[in-house]
Design a protein around this ligand. Structure first.
Ligand code: NAD
Ligand code: UDP
Length: 328
């Protein structure tokens, strides 16, 4: 059984990666400080997988502790999902975002190097793409001019990884640019953390469906899109998790730096998402148009062909069937 360290393995995407890894015979070891997740998730992972799940409560910036953990296990690869991800909070507290996201990545890379672990998969985001790019977005589309401190942390980390790969040939680095992950494991046990009022579209619609919020605010109705609302590429989180497996299996984490879009390649507008949700769950979602949300780009969807060609990976779920069991 092959050990894989997974930072942020207690979070939304990390937990789904842990399930996929165990299913494929890997032995994931979670590194997480539970700053945006809850320890109870470990038990849920054990229920779903039927296996004991190893974890360490560690802040990646704590180099001493991280080094001692790395020494205890033989492992060649880190999947690096840990980080803060709220655009709004990053605007309120930019220093804390730079410190946590960039600081923890630098600390992780240094400890990996000391332990001679040179393979990493980094959770990046479609937010790194420059918003004036032709669509669909390809891995070689321009990045930068990010709209907020969160996006900047992803962009800066990508640049750090690019420099690292260029200047130290021992590294094998994969950057996975996630589009819009949605939904959760079929058990209904693993959810995107939605305490309080959610920021993301689907968690917000779920709260409206559960009558915990009165209506959905649709941010903007006059974008230059087919129905005036923003378009995104929504990908089932299980497909996303399987993308990481495909990287481990097919790419064998090639030397140097490789970038992959993880999306479906299909864009859906906010109104289309509402309609698909209503149809799937036979429920009406009341909504009102409000002003545009600062920093939103009108359209974002990817060309996922590179991942298919090189990793033999593509998304299996479309928007409609990603919404099955969403209220479970
Ligand atoms: P999440 O908040 O659910 O999980 C992140 C995990 O990282 C949490 O368990 C948190 O406790 C842990 N963490 C944060 N800082 C840490 C630190 N310093 N040391 C140790 N653990 C720490 O987020 P997610 O949705 O699972 O996202 C995972 C990654 O994917 C993030 O880097 C995020 O930026 C990126 N991403 C997410 C989305 C999305 O929509 N969910 C989209 C694109 C990219
Ligand atoms: N959105 C919306 N109302 C909400 C949340 C989101 O209209 O309460 C829109 C948002 O403007 C964007 C799309 O839904 O066009 C997806 O937003 P989300 O925050 O889920 O993901 P993002 O693409 O911003 O990462």
């Amino acid at each position: 059984m092959k050990n894989i360290f997974i930072s942020g393995g207690a979070g939304y995407i990390g937990t789904h990666c842990v399930i996929s890894l165990i299913k494929s015979g890997y032995s994931p070891i979670i590194l997480d400080n539970f700053s945006s997740s809850h320890k109870s998730v470990i038990k849920k992972l054990q229920i779903i997988s039927g296996k004991r799940v190893k974890f360490y409560n560690v802040d990646l910036r704590d180099k001493k502790k991280l080094r001692s953990i790395f020494k205890k296990h033989s492992c060649e690869i880190v999947i690096h999902c840990a980080g803060f991800k709220s655009v709004e909070k990053s605007i309120e507290k930019p220093i804390s975002y730079f410190d946590n996201n960039i600081g923890s990545t630098l600390s992780l890379l240094e400890c990996m190097k000391d332990q001679k672990i040179f393979k990493i998969i980094f959770s990046s985001s479609a937010t790194v793409y420059n918003d004036s790019q032709p669509l669909p977005l390809k891995e070689n589309s321009k990045i930068g001019k990010t709209q907020n401190p969160y996006g900047n942390t992803k962009y800066i980390i990508e640049r750090i990884l690019m420099d690292l790969a260029k200047n130290d040939s021992r590294w094998s680095i994969s950057i996975a640019r996630y589009f819009n992950p949605i939904s959760s494991h079929e058990s209904g046990l693993l959810k995107e953390n939605s305490n309080g009022v959610p920021n993301n579209l689907i968690p917000y619609i779920i709260k409206v469906a559960q009558k915990k919020l009165p209506y959905l605010k649709v941010f903007g109705k006059n974008y230059k899109t087919k129905d005036g609302t923003c378009i995104r590429d929504y990908i089932h989180v299980t497909d996303l998790a399987d993308g990481h497996l495909a990287l481990l299996k097919n790419n064998k984490l090639k030397k140097g730096l490789n970038i992959y879009n993880f999306g479906t390649g299909k864009g859906s507008s906010v109104l289309e998402v509402i309609k698909a949700f209503e149809k799937q769950n036979k429920i009406s979602i009341p909504y009102k148009y409000t002003k545009r949300r600062p920093g939103d780009v009108a359209v974002s969807y990817c060309d996922p062909k590179k991942a298919f060609k090189e990793l033999n990976w593509k998304a299996n779920f479309n928007l409609q069937n990603s919404l099955i069991d969403i209220l479970k």
